[in-house]
Design a protein around this ligand. Structure first.
Ligand SMILES: [Zn+2]
Length: 396
């Protein structure tokens, strides 16, 4: 909250500078003479800089009451109301501006964009989309409108349109966003898989693959498709690749690995696959052990070995368990299983994933962070972090 006010203060400090250099214009700009700022307007800016938003609103309201014809004060008030969550008031101010026939084209464009942001803030996505589509065709708000449109389509799960807008952005100037587009294709593929339309799912997954190589989510969905189509070898190959290349998503690999083997009646191969994967690196072995602890009964001896080695190295858990063992002793299977049950219970009660971009934590895994909307940022918490909620970042 504090950060947003600091941001607002910076924006309006910029507005002050701009004002003094260009002077203030009335709504009917073309015919009007430049005017000096009112004391209330300056007082409002001063309150903003000093992070006193309530007093800033009061000052801007006085400025508008004294002179309802100035554009800047309306924009300042509208932006303030939106930031305070008073979106209805912001909408009324910007609608009022747009309704004035004498408004200059550039101010009209600015007011339309501000109103679109109000609608976004109010969750009125269809109205925001309509305004943003108009602004996205040309003009100084084109790029901003296109970026906001991707947000609207993501929120509406309209993945096909999100892909179109991303491509339009890349054509205009922005760097291409292959990761986001690949995730949109995966969303479409997942929907096709759920609907049982396997040819369509395959087409979408090929499109995802052409956008992004070594892409965990695409490979996992291709494994899902291979499992339902009975191609166990392909599923196991894809899952092995993801486990080795991107250990952070082992939690997504593990249940699929079990499903592929159980569906094919080949669960006895689990131990040899685990051994092979563990030999590819400590990080891979630990990630699989971690995923297994939180989702599975650890009955396989190979799995017990992985889990035992993993928890023994965990800073807090390893030391605690070692304190109860005789010198050089090893955690027996009974203790190991009870430890796993305790961690599973804790994982069900508290967040067990955290976004590496913004710190948002959750009990569920997300490909796109609900907090900051970044892709592929969710990482599992370690057992020590799971059992030490006091050290955890607050859930957003
Ligand atoms: Zn985030």
């Amino acid at each position: 909250m504090r950060a947003s006010w600091v941001e607002a203060a910076l924006i309006f400090s910029g507005a002050v500078v701009g004002w003094y250099t260009t002077r203030r214009w009335r709504i009917s700009g073309a015919q009007a003479a430049p005017r000096a700022p009112t004391s209330d307007y300056l007082a409002g800016l001063n309150y903003l800089v000093n992070e006193q938003p309530d007093r800033a609103v009061e000052a801007f309201l006085r400025a508008v009451a004294a002179d309802s014809d100035t554009v800047e004060t309306h924009f300042a008030l509208g932006a303030l109301f939106r930031r305070r969550g008073e979106v209805d008031r912001a909408i009324r101010i910007h609608q009022n501006l747009i309704g004035r026939a004498e408004l200059t084209p550039s101010y009209r464009e600015q007011a339309s964009y501000a109103l679109a942001k109000d609608y976004l803030g109010a969750g009125l996505y269809d109205r925001a989309e309509k305004l943003l589509l108009e602004l996205s065709t040309a003009g100084s708000y084109r790029m901003a409108a296109l970026r906001d449109l991707t947000q609207v389509y993501e929120l509406e799960h309209d993945w096909a349109r999100a892909i179109e807008v991303h491509r339009e952005l890349a054509r205009v100037a922005n760097p291409p966003q292959p990761l986001a587009i690949a995730h949109y294709w995966c969303e479409l593929a997942q929907a096709a898989l759920i609907a049982g339309d396997y040819p369509q799912a395959r087409t979408h997954l090929q499109a995802a693959h052409s956008e992004q190589k070594r892409f965990a989510r695409g490979a996992l969905l291709r494994a899902d498709l291979a499992i339902v189509l009975g191609d166990t070898e392909l599923a196991l190959k894809l899952l092995r690749q993801v486990a080795v290349q991107q250990p952070a998503v082992a939690g997504e690999v593990w249940p699929r690995l079990l499903r592929a083997l159980k569906t094919a009646g080949r669960i006895e191969e689990l131990s040899s696959i685990l051994l092979e994967l563990a030999q590819s690196g400590q990080v891979v072995a630990d990630a699989l052990a971690h995923a297994a602890i939180l989702t599975t009964e650890i009955d396989s001896p190979q799995l017990q070995k992985l889990v035992r080695e993993y928890v023994s190295r965990e800073p807090m858990i390893g030391e605690l368990v070692a304190a109860f063992l005789p010198e050089g002793g090893e955690i027996d299977v009974g203790v190991l299983k009870r430890l796993c049950v305790a961690m599973r219970r804790q994982a069900q009660r508290a967040p067990r994933f955290r976004c590496s971009e913004c710190g948002f934590s959750s009990t569920s895994f997300f490909w796109q962070c609900p907090g900051c909307k970044s892709w592929d940022g969710f990482k599992p918490l370690s057992p020590s972090e799971l059992l030490a909620p006091a050290n955890r970042a607050p859930r957003s």
